[in-house]
Design a protein around this ligand. Structure first.
Ligand code: GLN
Length: 187
């Protein structure tokens, strides 16, 4: 199995290391041909505006959107979640738009810009959640499964082939989310 990690900007190395620690081959995606033959895709955290622009400038945008729409399993964290969202709150921008949710960027304001807490994520108990200038999901359509909430705000969802997280599992030692993602691909 081969997993692609979008490597145009942001925290892609951490995802790569985690995948490799699980014995999974990981390729960095910077151009269209890097997408050939991948079985899953990771969209890392970083700066969604920059990532969205680079996806377009590097000619990756349409192909990534098509692959996800056709069912390629995708794990998106933080800025990656913003890229997937169908809508952004108080913002007309849409990037890939494949995940039927409304995401609020920088939702925790300045004072609580970064924090760590623990919650269950789907069936994974007591997971460490690392938030860095994080968004949350303000609205999700009925078909979207909520995986995690913090203070009544949705911070993790699953919809068909897409997992979208407001937090950063790649910045912890806990690889259960990456394992879960891989188990979805094997099925
Ligand atoms: N604040 C960033 C954005 O809006 C996301 C932060 C992150 O990925 N850690 O794109």
């Amino acid at each position: 199995m081969r997993i692609g990690v979008l490597a145009v900007q942001g925290a892609f190395i951490e995802h790569r290391r985690m995948m490799e620690s699980l014995g999974t081959e990981c390729v960095e995606i910077r151009q269209k041909k890097d997408l050939d033959g991948i079985d899953g895709l990771i969209l890392p955290g970083g700066e969604s505006t920059v990532q969205g622009k680079l996806l377009r400038d590097l000619g990756l945008f349409k192909e990534v959107q098509r692959l996800i729409a056709e069912g390629l399993p995708v794990l998106a964290t933080c800025a990656g979640l913003i890229l997937l969202a169908e809508h952004l709150e108080a913002d007309d921008t849409t990037h890939l738009g494949t995940l039927p949710v409304t995401v609020k960027r920088n939702a925790y304001g300045r004072q609580l810009g970064s924090f760590v807490t623990r919650e269950n994520v789907g069936s994974l108990e007591d997971y460490p959640l690392v938030f860095i200038r994080a968004p949350y999901i303000a609205e999700a359509s009925d078909e979207v499964r909520v995986l995690a909430t913090v203070d009544d705000h949705i911070v993790g969802v699953e919809y068909q082939n897409q997992i979208g997280l407001a937090f950063h599992p790649e910045m912890t030692e806990d690889c259960r989310i990456h394992q879960y993602f891989l188990s979805k691909i094997v099925k």
